[in-house]
Write a protein that binds this ligand. Structure first.
Ligand SMILES: Nc1ncnc2c1ncn2[C@@H]1O[C@H](COP(=O)(O)OP(=O)(O)OP(=O)(O)O)[C@@H](O)[C@H]1O
Length: 623
């Protein structure tokens, strides 16, 4: 027997193949099973085109057998097999794909899932095997052949006995090393899970002998171990089934089986696209937030399949960051895969699919918001924040997509409302969308700044998330209505003459108070918005008081300050005391001013500069 040598470059190529293409050793099994599936597909095609051949589906399967004692793992199929020439061409020439050629020759398109295209997958067996033996008998041939190789050194081919048509690949699994545990590829449980993971939707049964425990007859706690042949894969992927045949339970079961989450999905979308790019997708909107959702560890992405074979666990490119909560899968036969089948080139098809998925998720969310509000609110509790971050990031690029999905608590409705609903019921003369920021609904309810607007019947949106004001700042307006904080200097509502006159009359008092607080505030003014409270803070300019608080709380502790205005309720008893002190006792006015200023800070939830002085002042006033 003559040992034939690989050409020098081939040797290097093979070495490269074995050691650098794939990041996970376990995918060798995916590659071998895919080859077997291709071989059966070819048989099926022959049967379609040659009336002398019958294709009885039950006769076609893939069998995986592990022999721990001899350290062998065998992948057997009842596919089309290989002639001696094909063996030499396909397995002796790296990057020669018989499957690709077959597909081209026969101009196979729809209905055939031939997976092989690069002519390299087979060699991945050498990642886990010290030698590989292929025994094969081609359809229509009397003679079977055995191909054997230990890797880069070369291979041998010789005739052997084999009864039936098909191929068996036998791997002699490597011994364990310090770093690598190869025994796992001989373990029934591990093999089963690799098959499930990558090859669950191969169209032909993948059989394996499994051990089952069964209660011994007459015993309550003693078991017999029984071996039986089991089909490991589910074969028909749910996403290829007709939507009308599937029930809600089917989709929910798939969600659980695939470990997309421990909860039940809130909603799902099934896409079967037959346009420029053909693909199927099942997308889920989860009900609950995964525990690690807002951590660095959380990885977004959908499972990506090519012809039913898993290519990627989490393909991040398929979902935008702001929809990172979406779970599910995409299967397409039109993707340009790269050679390792693990990574994709940033291809056009993927971009088209991603765009479509984005639109589908949005329309599903809008549907929930309109038709199933309770569900949407549930969703929004978990992921609303993510949407608001989405508005804010990338310089507001995605605000058009996201603005209709936003919701805020409403002072009038006492529940979450959309911006559209707010704008729809705005008063005729209302220029702005009013909002109030605070830690909680309860706190905002008590904010003095909201008194006037509430009394005048204006609706206020409550911003209780850190990100709210930042997002709104980027959004700027909704349906041409600008956003306005209840604390902003000018609320855009026609002022009342009486108050303005009173303001002018008392100009001197305010000037004096402003002087006293000159470092801390920009102005002291009579308030148009206070009804029952004596005092509050308002702000002017880009930075609001709430933003100042958020920025202050950041680890970098940014010292950004809002331009604050101290507003005094001139109709309040306290103001009389101020007027009185201005005329009779300037020292007292000083104490009053600092106390009122500190009170305004406390109402806003801002720290006061000198708490000791504050309490001393209160005591002074009491005694
Ligand atoms: N079990 C098998 N039965 C019949 N032919 C096979 C079998 N395994 C491999 N072959 C032949 O060997 C060729 C090379 O296989 P290999 O896995 O290296 O590449 P491929 O499957 O064509 O492409 P890819 O690298 O994309 O997997 C196949 O195209 C096929 O013609």
């Amino acid at each position: 027997m003559i040992k034939k040598e690989f050409k020098a470059e081939s040797k290097r190529l093979l070495d490269l193949m074995i050691n650098s293409i794939y990041t996970h050793k376990e995918i060798f099994l995916r590659e071998l099973i895919s080859n077997s599936s291709d071989a059966i597909d070819k048989m099926y095609y022959r049967a379609l085109t040659d009336e002398n051949i019958t294709f009885n589906k039950d006769d076609y399967y893939i069998m995986i057998t592990a022999d721990r004692d001899n350290r062998t793992l065998s992948v057997l199929d009842t596919g089309i097999g290989m002639t001696k020439e094909e063996l030499e061409e396909n397995l002796g020439v790296i990057a020669k794909s018989g499957s690709f050629a077959f597909k081209k020759e026969n101009e196979l398109k729809d209905g055939f899932d031939i997976i092989g295209q690069f002519g390299v997958g087979f060699y991945s067996a050498f990642m886990v095997a010290e030698s590989v033996t292929v025994v094969t008998k081609a359809l229509g041939s009397d003679q079977a052949y055995k191909w054997e190789s230990e890797g880069a050194e070369g291979y041998t081919v010789e005739p052997v006995e084999k009864e039936s048509v098909g191929t068996e690949i036998i791997l002699k699994i490597k011994e364990n090393t310090e770093d690598e545990f190869y025994d796992e590829f001989l373990e029934e449980y591990r093999l089963g899970s690799i098959i499930k993971k990558y090859s669950d939707f191969i169209r032909y049964p993948i059989k394996m002998e499994v051990t089952k425990r069964k209660l011994k007859e007459g015993s309550k706690n003693q078991y017999d171990e029984i071996k039986e042949i089991k089909v490991i894969n589910s074969m028909i992927p749910i996403w290829r089934k007709n939507k009308n045949e599937l029930t809600k339970e089917d989709y929910e079961n798939f969600y659980t089986e695939k470990h997309y989450g421990y909860d039940k999905p809130l909603s799902y979308v099934h896409i079967s696209a037959d346009g420029a790019v053909r693909y199927n997708a099942i997308l889920y909107i989860p009900e609950k937030m995964p525990f690690d959702f807002y951590t660095k560890e959380y990885e977004k992405g959908l499972e990506l399949y090519s012809n039913g074979v898993l290519i990627m666990d989490k393909c991040g490119e398929l979902v935008p960051d702001y929809f990172s909560f979406v779970k599910g899968m995409v299967d397409s036969e039109d993707l340009s895969l790269n050679i390792s089948r693990e990574l994709l080139q940033h291809d056009r098809q993927l971009k088209i699919i991603a765009k479509r998925i984005k639109e589908k998720i949005k329309s599903e969310l809008i549907f929930l918001q309109k038709e199933e509000r309770e569900k949407y609110e549930e969703f929004y509790k978990s992921f609303g924040r993510q949407l608001k971050y989405g508005v804010y990031t990338d310089f507001g690029q995605h605000k058009e997509t996201l603005q209709d999905l936003l919701m805020f608590y409403s002072s009038k409705e006492k529940k979450m409302v959309t911006l559209d609903e707010y704008v729809e019921r705005m008063k005729e003369d209302q220029k702005y969308i009013y909002y109030a920021s605070g830690d909680s609904i309860e706190r905002i309810d008590k904010m003095p700044q909201t008194e006037f607007l509430n009394e005048e019947g204006y609706e206020i949106l409550y911003f209780t998330d850190d990100v709210d004001e930042f997002a709104i700042n980027i959004l700027m307006n909704y349906k041409e209505k600008e956003f306005k904080s209840v604390s902003s200097g000018d609320l855009g509502i026609e002022s009342k003459d009486k108050e303005e006159n009173e303001g002018n009359e008392n100009k001197e008092v305010f000037e004096y108070m402003k002087e006293l607080l000159s470092e801390k505030i920009k102005d002291v003014r009579p308030s148009k918005r206070l009804k029952n409270h004596p005092v509050c803070l308002a702000s002017e300019g880009e930075i609001s008081i709430e933003m100042e608080k958020v920025l202050r709380a950041m680890p970098t502790g940014q010292e950004v300050k809002a331009e604050k205005i101290l507003e005094i309720n001139v109709n309040h008893e306290v103001f009389k005391a101020l007027q009185d002190a201005f005329i009779n006792d300037k020292e007292k006015l000083k104490v009053y001013t600092t106390v009122l200023y500190n009170q305004a800070l406390l109402i806003e939830g801002l720290p006061i500069n000198d708490p000791v002085e504050f309490t001393n002042n209160i005591c002074k006033l009491m005694s």
